[in-house]
Design a binder for this molecule. Structure first.
Ligand SMILES: *Cc1c(COP(=O)(O)O)cnc(C)c1O
Length: 364
């Protein structure tokens, strides 16, 4: 379908008043302040992609037999629109999210939304809700595209009908109280993804499987859980929703390779590219949990950090597990972590040149 011309705009009849919106944007936190609109595109085997529109954000009537409620055919994405130094608005690498969304769809046996439609749905939603981007250093509009099986049928098979939507959330700093190193708990009992499973797809099911380990981490006084590989319980993979990096005393940067059980983060990819462009020695190679401890204790490892769209870069100060705890470096935010974080954030916000063509301006 020539959906571009078919994208309808149904503006909200009673959007949140400017004064109330300003109040909500003072301290939005993460993921609890939502905008006036949402993007919707329907899919059915019979009609293909259709009924694309931007409409008022609101609750969905959902049939109790909708297959997503039973068999969890659901995928999602996460990206941000940033206010730019020049006053405009821009998305960061939306085509990379579009491609990953297609990859996730394929793994979950769902229809693949064309890349151009994915990007257009986001562009149009941000255009409608641009005023919801908070001012301030960490402010952004977090976009959450997602798709789920909406067919009313209890038989087990890939559904014949889907709903694709994008909602937007005004966000400030991801961590309450501002940037600080986090503590992580190494889960020995639970794994997130196994070879041949859905670890590389961004699907809700991966998160559902990770929550008990995240709960255990909180119970141990830690902020986040670290997952090891499912086969050997030896190799460090990632957090529940962020990729991991290690900085060594020899100046090299290491991150686990994408072997199918790790989510291919766009922040991960961007940091690898920035570090290589800086001339850093960068390696995508397995890193064992025992090596993490030994290297941190000996001083061969100086920094570790996690990364993802929501929090961008977060230093890891302490690592705890069944066999005790250790500190990385001096437990603070290390210089390489800080430098890479600043370099990426400056590009995202149009405060630095964009040599890799990552910034996708939206016009004003
Ligand atoms: C989304 C996600 C990431 C980070 O990906 P970005 O594209 O950098 O936001 C890392 N791990 C998991 C499990 C994720 O779902």
């Amino acid at each position: 379908m020539s959906i571009s011309s078919a994208f309808r705009l149904e503006p909200h009849e009673a959007p949140v008043a400017a004064a109330e919106r300003a109040k909500r944007l003072i301290d939005p936190g993460f993921g609890r302040v939502f905008t006036d609109h949402m993007a919707v595109i329907r899919y059915s085997d019979a009609e293909g992609w259709h009924d694309a529109h931007i409409g008022p954000r609101g609750a969905l009537p959902i049939d109790p037999a909708s297959s997503v409620l039973h068999y969890a055919q659901e995928i999602f994405e996460g990206l941000k629109a940033y206010r730019q130094a020049d006053g405009g608005t821009a998305l960061f690498r939306p085509h990379a999210n579009a491609r990953r969304f297609r990859d996730s769809a394929r793994r979950l046996a769902m229809p693949e939304l064309p890349e151009a439609l994915f990007v257009e749905s986001i562009e149009r939603l941000v255009a409608a809700d641009r005023d919801w981007i908070p001012e301030g250093e960490e402010g952004a509009l977090y976009l959450r595209p997602f798709m789920f099986a909406s067919e009313v049928f209890l038989g087990v098979k890939p559904a014949a009908e889907y709903l694709y939507m994008v909602i937007a959330s005004s966000v400030g700093a991801y961590w309450k109280g501002g940037a600080r190193p986090i503590s992580v708990w190494v889960s020995r009992d639970f794994t997130r993804a196994a070879p041949g499973g859905t670890g590389a797809a961004k699907c809700g099911g991966n998160y559902a499987a990770s929550l008990i380990a995240q709960k255990e981490a909180i119970g141990q006084g830690c902020d986040q859980v670290v997952f090891l590989d499912a086969a050997e319980r030896r190799w460090v993979e990632e957090l529940g929703g962020m990729n991991l990096f290690f900085v060594h005393a020899d100046g090299s940067l290491v991150t686990p390779p994408l072997t199918g059980t790790i989510l291919p983060g766009i922040t991960r990819d961007s940091l690898l590219t920035l570090a290589r462009a800086e001339g850093m020695a960068v390696r995508e190679e397995p890193y064992a949990i025992d090596a993490w401890r030994a290297d941190a204790v000996s001083g061969a490892l100086t920094e570790a950090f996690a990364c993802g769209t929501a929090a961008v870069v977060t230093a890891i100060g302490t690592v705890a597990g069944a066999d005790g705890r250790f500190t990385v470096g001096d437990g603070g935010i290390g210089p390489v972590t800080q430098r890479l974080h600043r370099a990426l954030a400056a590009i995202q916000r149009g405060q630095a040149p964009d040599p890799h063509g990552w910034v996708h301006p939206l016009g004003s």
